[in-house]
Ligand binder design. Sequence first.
Ligand SMILES: Cc1cc2nc3c(=O)[nH]c(=O)nc-3n(C[C@H](O)[C@H](O)[C@H](O)COP(=O)(O)O)c2cc1C
Length: 201
Amino acid sequence: MPEAPFPTPEADANPALHALLARASVPPRLLHDPAPDAPALAVAVAAALRAPDHGGLRPWRFLGIQGEARARLGDLLAQSMLARAPETPEARLALERAKPLRAPLLVAAGAALRPHPKIPDWEQEATAAAGIMNFLNALDAQGFGCCWLSSPALQDPAIKAALGFAETDRLLGWIYVGTPAADRPRPVRPAVDGFWRDWAG
Ligand SMILES: Cc1cc2nc3c(=O)[nH]c(=O)nc-3n(C[C@H](O)[C@H](O)[C@H](O)COP(=O)(O)O)c2cc1C
């Protein structure tokens, strides 16, 4: 259980709020086997699908990468890095290649964007990102750990195509997932003061 005090004892006693307030990222090096099984992942995806969605466009896209496929993604990431920076030394490429192996499950999370007269891309991305946040919360609440990371490869059309995303999809992050080590960080959060103000007109 986290050590940081929650805003109120009432919030602490409410299981849903307790889970929300306790959530914290877990660095990939502290994520171990087992990965969530299919039912636990289904709960997390179901939670993602509860994000507000203007027009019901359903932009959420999650792609799971486990086992040997992580090494194949590592090769693609190294190729992508080399294409961006041909002078990259082999040692740096090796680090890039090894990245997906840090956790038992890697999820490529994206947004399927479609042209819409009233719903711009940013709203569709916001819906997808809100879904990713629900996904993280649902996995954390089930005892798993996650970390949402970005990298230049997310913008690489070759990576997107290799992972089977459409050209019009946008990759929003790599989500590393696993069972957290006991010494996972429990960051102290800022006080809510300063993040809210009232406007009286
Ligand atoms: C879209 C997005 C991309 C991120 N990319 C990175 C990243 O590449 N590297 C990193 O250290 N943290 C990244 N973060 C932040 C971590 O996911 C995490 O929030 C941070 O380590 C703080 O931990 P906390 O979530 O427990 O507050 C990213 C967060 C978001 C929302």
